[in-house]
Design a protein around this ligand. Structure first.
Ligand code: AGP
Length: 372
């Protein structure tokens, strides 16, 4: 078993380290020399993509978080309205779907019953269904109209890591493809994003090389009643994902919030010493967002929180406000989740290890949830 883990203590640790390769594999062959995205295996024509006037993304758990990130990207790049929904809620509320709706279902295993039932509902309503899955030949891709496979390889640990990053990569490809076939307002931005997407595996590797400070902070958070995660824009789904990892692995109360919502309730949870992990957007470009999260950091610090900020390297403003900073390489805001998620995975694994938890097989959880 030790050999299967490739020298790591757990499958999850091994899978965290496989992320640069997994993302590179997922991108490989899907961007041609002219910078066009080729999704031949998707079997939807350019005209099919042009006919779409609404996108729904439906998934569970971590895959749902990948969907939340994708909403920001799709709406910005394509101007097509995009909604994201938990699969277990989707079909029970009678969503408005028709032939011009694209339903993207995201499932690592391809067997999640909630997601499968949502997909069947979408097909009954005549929507087109595109699956993003890591498991070739599984039920969800088989029942979908089209499929884009992630190439994470087998993920053994119950807590999803490399599958999530490859879902993001695949979702970005879908968003950029939609933008390209529809003729876009942001052509320059899209080609810059593509270059950055191709560069992302190297940047993920840099984040992985620099995880020791996160481990230290995780050990310093042992014994706390709760850990909160805050973010804005795509940092919000990253906050949800960081909290889910910690719940799953450490059995600790962890919650992710949109940072702007703090003042509408959750800020009352902050006590002296409560760890708050803040996902800070780049100070370049969307600096308004950056200013806003700095004020959120100030608000929680004023109530005694210990702030761990995940920020872009060289972000001196964040460094001057947070108690600890973890730096990630510069990248466009929409792609940042590929980098900022990684320290949160490590935070969870380290804190859970310090608490003596079973990392690969947390209690009460199954890798693939085949009941509704
Ligand atoms: C992630 O760490 C979880 N174990 C879980 O939330 C998972 O992402 C969810 O059950 C969806 O699984 P799927 O991607 O295989 O459909």
């Amino acid at each position: 078993a030790a050999a299967e883990k490739g020298g790591f203590d757990t499958f999850m640790a091994k899978e965290i380290h496989e992320q640069p390769q997994a993302v590179a594999d997922t991108l490989r062959g899907r961007i041609d020399e002219t910078g066009q995205i080729v999704l031949d295996e998707v079997r939807m024509s350019d005209q099919d993509f042009r006919d779409i006037d609404k996108v729904f993304i439906v998934a569970c758990g971590t895959s749902y978080h990948a969907g939340l990130v994708t909403k920001y990207a799709i709406e910005h790049w394509t101007r097509i309205p995009c909604e994201v929904e938990l699969a277990s809620e989707f079909r029970y509320r009678d969503p408005v779907l028709d032939r011009s709706t694209l339903v993207v279902v995201i499932s690592q295993s391809g067997e999640t019953m909630d997601t499968l039932m949502a997909l069947r509902h979408a097909k009954d309503q005549k929507a087109r269904v595109l699956a993003i899955s890591n498991t070739v030949g599984s039920t969800i891709p088989r029942e979908s109209d089209a499929v884009l496979y992630t190439r994470a390889g087998i993920e053994v640990a119950v807590a999803s890591t490399k599958a999530f990053l490859t879902q993001l990569a695949a979702c970005y490809l879908v968003g950029l493809h939609l933008a390209q076939v529809r003729g876009i307002k942001y052509a320059d931005e899209v080609s810059a994003i593509l270059d950055e997407l191709v560069a992302s595996p190297g940047k993920i590797a840099k984040v992985i090389e620099n995880l020791e400070p996160v481990r230290e902070m995780a050990r310093g958070s042992v014994g706390k009643d709760r850990v909160l995660f805050i973010g804005r824009h795509v940092g919000y789904p990253v906050a949800l994902e960081g909290a889910l990892k910690l719940k799953e692995l450490a059995y600790l109360h962890a919650e992710g919030f949109a940072a702007g919502e703090l003042k509408h309730g959750p800020i009352s949870l902050i006590e002296d010493g409560t760890p708050v992990v803040a996902i800070v957007p780049s100070p370049r470009g969307r600096s308004l967002l950056h200013d806003k999260i700095i004020s959120n950091i100030q608000e929680v610090k004023a109530r005694g929180a210990k702030v761990i900020a995940i920020c872009e390297e060289g972000d001196a403003i964040t460094a001057s406000h947070a108690d600890f900073v973890i730096e990630t390489p510069a990248t466009p805001t929409l792609l940042a989740p590929l980098l900022t998620t990684v320290p949160l995975q490590e935070f969870a694994i380290e804190l859970a290890t310090a608490m003596g938890r079973d990392i690969d097989q947390p209690r009460n959880l199954a890798k693939s949830v085949t009941v509704e």
